[in-house]
Design a protein around this ligand. Structure first.
Ligand SMILES: NC(=O)c1ccc[n+]([C@@H]2O[C@H](COP(=O)([O-])OP(=O)(O)OC[C@H]3O[C@@H](n4cnc5c(N)ncnc54)[C@H](O)[C@@H]3O)[C@@H](O)[C@H]2O)c1
Length: 468
C-alpha cells in the first residue's frame, strides 16, 4: 500500500525534493516504522524536569530496564543525580557538542506557577532544534483536576495547547504527545512512555493521554513479546487494518482468533494458518453472534484482548440516504460491538487484565460530509468506551478506542483522487498512515502494562487538521 502514495516517494528522491522545495509544496518525510532486529526506541533522550516533577524515579527505572542513553539539560540536576544513582548513561547537553537527539522528555508534573513554567519555555527554546528526523517529544503533566490551585490547573491544562502547537511547528515526522499522570499513578507510565518513544508511534501525534493507577496488580511481561501466552480476538481480520492488527498480535506472541464474514473464509483461513492462529468465520450482526463469540472465548479459557475492528461505510448525504444504508452501518459498526462486549463482560469471556479496543474514526470526532451514519456509529463507540471503562476497571479490564485518520487501505483507495489527495496531506506528517500504524496503537492499549490507560480515545492521524 505504501507505494500508492507516489507523491511521498517522489518527494523523497533527490530531484523530487528539489522540485517540491522550489514550488513550496509539502515535503513529507518517510516515516521510520518498526523493523525487526533494529532498535525501536529513539535515543539519546534529552531530559528536562520542572520543579517538583514526580516522575524521576519511574523514568529512571524505565531507562535502566530499556538500556536508554540520556542527556540532561543544564538546569536538570535532578536527572543528573538520578542517572548516577541508577547507573544510567548520561551527559550534559550542549547545542554545540551533543549532536542530534532521538527524543525530548519533559516532566512538567510539578509545575504550579509562572516561575516554574519558565523552565518549560527555556528547555524547549534551547533544545528543540536538536531533535532528529522521526524524533519524539513527550511532555508529562498532572491531570488538571488534580492540580493544587487554579493557577496550577490552568498551567497543566495549558500544556495541551503547548504540545499541540509544537506538533504543528515541527516537520520532519517528529511526533509530540502530552501524558497526564494522576497522583499515585507514577509507577504505571512505562508502557505508554515506551510506546511514544518507539517507532510504533510514527503516525500518532498531538495526542493527550491520561494515566490512572491501574486496578489490576502489575504483571510481569516481556516488552519484546508483550502478548506471549495471550489470546486475542480480532474482528474484520481478513484484510486491511484488521489483517495488520492480526499480524501485529502474532508478532507480539499472541494466539490470534481471526474473525470475518463467512464469504471471506478462504482469506481468513490463510491468515490463521500463516499466523498459527484460528479462524472464526462469522457475521457479527447475526442474531446469535454474541453468543457464538462468548462460547468460543469460554472454550479457550477466555480472551485476553478483543479488537472491534470490523466496520463498513455506506456514504450518502442524509436526505439521499435510504434506511438500509443507515441500519447496516449502525448494526456493524456500533450495535454488534456493543452486544459482543456486553456478552463477554457479563458472561466472563474476558480474562483478568483483559483489554477491549474499539476502532473508531476521525469522522466520529470531526464529522464528514456524506457520513452522518458512519460518524454517528464511530462517535457512539467513543461514548461506549467512556461509559464502560469504570465498570470494566472493577474486573481489571480496560476499554479504549483508536480513531484512525486517513489510512492507506482499500477503503481509502476508493475515494476520488482530489479528495483522497487532500485527505492524505492535511496533517502534520503530510501523508496517510498505514494499517500497521493503527495496529501499533492498539498493541499499546492491549499491552499487559497499559492497565492505567482506560476509557480513552487516541487518534492515529498524523495530527490531522480535521477536528483538532
Ligand atoms: N481506512 C481508513 O482510512 C479508516 C479510517 C478510520 C477508521 N477506519 C476503520 O477501521 C476499520 C477497518 O477498516 P479497513 O479500512 O481495514 O476496512 P476494510 O473494508 O478493508 O475491512 C473491514 C473488514 O471488516 C469486515 N466486516 C464487515 N462487516 C462485517 C461483519 N458484519 N461481520 C464481520 N466482519 C465484517 C469486512 O469483511 C472486512 O474484512 C473499520 O472499522 C473502519 O471503519 C478505517
Amino acid at each position: 500500500m505504501r507505494s500508492a502514495d507516489q507523491y511521498l516517494s517522489f518527494t523523497n528522491s533527490g530531484f523530487g525534493k528539489w522540485v517540491t522545495g522550489s514550488l513550496g509544496l509539502p515535503q513529507p518525510v518517510q516515516l521510520a516504522r518498526r523493523q525487526a532486529g533494529k532498535p525501536d526506541l529513539r535515543q539519546p533522550v534529552l531530559m528536562g524536569t520542572g520543579a517538583g516533577g514526580r516522575l524521576t524515579e519511574p523514568l529512571a527505572a524505565l531507562f535502566r530496564s530499556a538500556n536508554l542513553v540520556s542527556l540532561y539539560h543544564s538546569e536538570n540536576d535532578v536527572w543528573r543525580e538520578a542517572a548516577r544513582r541508577h547507573e544510567i548513561m548520561t551527559a550534559r547537553y550542549t547545542a554545540e557538542t551533543s549532536g542530534k537527539v532521538g527524543a525530548l522528555l519533559f516532566d512538567a508534573t510539578g509545575i504550579e506557577d509562572a516561575i516554574g513554567l519558565e523552565s518549560l519555555y527555556r528547555f524547549f527554546h534551547e533544545t528543540v532544534r536538536s531533535v532528529g528526523t522521526n524524533g519524539r517529544i513527550v511532555v508529562f503533566g498532572t491531570t488538571p483536576e488534580d492540580a493544587g490551585s487554579t493557577e496550577a490547573a490552568a498551567i497543566q491544562r495549558g500544556l495541551e495547547g503547548f504540545t499541540r502547537s509544537l506538533g504543528k511547528e515541527l516537520h520532519r515526522a517528529i511526533a509530540v504527545q502530552l501524558v497526564y499522570v494522576r497522583p499515585g499513578a507514577e509507577a504505571a507510565i512505562e508502557s505508554t512512555t515506551r510506546f511514544f518513544l518507539s517507532s510504533g508511534a510514527a503516525y500518532v501525534s498531538g495526542q493527550v493521554v491520561r494515566i490512572a493507577k491501574p486496578v489490576a496488580k502489575a504483571v510481569e511481561y516481556d516488552p519484546g513479546k508483550p502478548q506471549a501466552g495471550r489470546t486475542v480476538l480480532v474482528t474484520g481480520a481478513s484484510r486491511g487494518i484488521g489483517a495488520a492488527i492480526a499480524d501485529l498480535f502474532a508478532r507480539d506472541g499472541a494466539h490470534v482468533v481471526a474473525l470475518d464474514i463467512p464469504p471471506a473464509a478462504a482469506e481468513l483461513d490463510a491468515i490463521a494458518e500463516r499466523l498459527g492462529g484460528s479462524a472464526l468465520p462469522l457475521d457479527i450482526t447475526a442474531p446469535d453472534a454474541a453468543e457464538a463469540i462468548l462460547s468460543d472465548a469460554k472454550r479457550r479459557g477466555g480472551y485476553d484482548v478483543v479488537v472491534h475492528n470490523a466496520g463498513i461505510t455506506r456514504d450518502k448525504t442524509i436526505a439521499k440516504m435510504d434506511a438500509g444504508r443507515w441500519d447496516s452501518v449502525m448494526d456493524v459498526n456500533l450495535f454488534a460491538p456493543l452486544r459482543i462486549t456486553e456478552a463477554l463482560l457479563s458472561g466472563g469471556g474476558l480474562r483478568k487484565n483483559g483489554r477491549v479496543v474499539c476502532v473508531s474514526s476521525l469522522s466520529g470526532i470531526a464529522g464528514n460530509m456524506g457520513q452522518t451514519n458512519y460518524a454517528l456509529s464511530k462517535a457512539g463507540l467513543i461514548g461506549a468506551v467512556q461509559r464502560l471503562a469504570p465498570e470494566a476497571a472493577k474486573s481489571g479490564i480496560t476499554i479504549n478506542a483508536v480513531a484512525p485518520g486517513f489510512i492507506e487501505t482499500q477503503m481509502t483507495a476508493a475515494i476520488p483522487f482530489a479528495i483522497r489527495e487532500a485527505g492524505r496531506r492535511m496533517n502534520a506528517m503530510s501523508q496517510g498512515g498505514l494499517p500497521i500504524d493503527v495496529a501499533e496503537a492498539i498493541g499499546w492499549f492491549a499491552s499487559p502494562g497499559s492497565g492505567g490507560v482506560n476509557g480513552q480515545t487516541v487518534r492515529v492521524c498524523g495530527q490531522s487538521l480535521l477536528g483538532a
